[in-house]
Write a protein that binds this ligand. Structure first.
Ligand code: KG4
Ligand code: ZN
Length: 341
């Protein structure tokens, strides 16, 4: 039996599925009291991607200090925390186990319950933090480093997959293409920042499955095209035109995401589009999807910037939404593979 929803109850949210160690204190009415995190990009930079063992070790080192900051910044006592939510999957096994063990140990010490949450449900819940009146049914476009999917979210946490990527995720495409262009790690925010000064029509990069009737995505061809482009042009040219190349790359990724989202909105007749996941921080994507929704007469919800990339508040928010609906299960088992549908 799930406990009754309590707007004053304090939740600790813990996120450790990949390379962010994050904790947050969130009240049952969805007020975020604190949301600190540690981003491990320094640890993984020289490898150009997340190394699971290094990530797990960094989570072990950082989880206690980040937890302590979350409590301190929230200005609450440990005895005021009523429940703990942590990410149980999908994600990397070692990092997930660090968060789960910490949550379980703390919950035992404090004599409070702990609940495992789906990371993807957390990303969607982040939109509820910024748009309190949001209610299913809606279409969710989740775009992150590991996922790109269009999901119809129905009342009662029922999920219907409308389409997902056949290969790379949108964030992965940003990161891998940016890496090829020598832009560092993670390249998504850097590409986006450079793109803001460039000409989006400078070069036409391919948009995977553009003329396909499905709502599926493919970004592997784009990666190959960027690699070929960088091999065919000398370093001086690439350097001089980097802003234009980034703008063209961003245009290709954003255009296909918007096109498929429109296709899915028409197919499902969903009244609202929710954009979420780390790539939802991308300003061009937010603007273009906002415009497309306005044209279609569809409501548009997106988390505020602090809740787009992985964070603890979104994990607490997901548990709070489930508790409100009486659908919070006391599962604590970690699952690296945990699709929503
Ligand atoms: O959701 P998230 O924090 O972690 C995963 O669950 O994967 O997403 C991280 C991804 C990375 O690929 C990162 O490059 C991308 O989100 N990202 C962006 C931007 N900010 C983060 N991509 C494009 N533009 C941005 N502004
Ligand atoms: Zn994520």
């Amino acid at each position: 039996m799930t406990p009754l929803s309590n707007p004053g109850k304090l939740w600790l949210g813990i996120e450790t599925s990949c390379d962010e160690t994050a904790c947050a204190v969130v009240r049952g009415d969805m007020t975020v009291l604190s949301n600190p995190l540690y981003s491990q990009f320094q640890e993984h930079r020289s490898f150009g991607g997340v190394v699971p063992e290094i990530a797990a070790r960094a989570h072990l080192e950082k989880i206690h200090p980040i937890f302590a900051s979350a409590i301190k910044q929230a200005g609450v006592g440990l005895d005021q925390i009523g429940a703990i939510a942590f990410t149980r999957g999908p994600g990397l096994m070692g990092p997930l186990l660090v968060g789960a063990s910490f949550a379980r140990g703390l919950a035992r010490d404090l004599g409070i319950p702990t609940f495992g949450v789906n990371h993807l449900e957390g990303h969607i819940a982040a939109a509820h933090l910024s748009t309190p009146g949001l209610h299913p049914p809606f279409l969710a476009l989740t775009v992150s480093g590991g996922h790109t999917e269009l999901m119809l979210v129905k009342p009662g946490f029922q999920y219907q997959l409308i389409g997902r990527t056949r290969d790379d995720a949108a964030g992965e495409a940003f990161d891998k293409c940016g890496k090829v262009l020598g832009l560092g790690y993670p390249a998504g925010p850097i590409v986006s920042q450079r793109a803001s000064e460039g000409n989006r029509k400078f070069f036409k990069f391919p948009e995977g499955l553009r003329n396909d009737a499905s709502c599926e995505f493919s970004f592997s061809g784009l990666k190959t095209a960027v690699l070929r482009y960088s091999e065919e042009h000398d370093p001086e040219f690439l350097k001089d035109n980097m802003a234009h190349i980034c703008a063209s790359l961003e245009e290709a990724i954003v255009s296909i995401l918007v096109r498929k989202a429109i296709q899915a909105l028409k197919q499902t007749e969903a009244p609202t589009l929710v954009l979420c996941g780390g790539v939802s921080a991308n300003r061009h994507l937010r603007a273009k999807l906002g415009e497309a929704c306005a044209k279609l007469g569809v409501a548009f919800a997106v988390p505020s910037h602090e809740f787009c990339t992985d964070n603890g508040a979104m994990i607490a928010a997901a548990a709070i939404l489930r508790e409100r609906a009486g659908l919070l299960e006391p599962v604590t088992e970690v699952k690296p593979w945990l699709p929503l549908a």
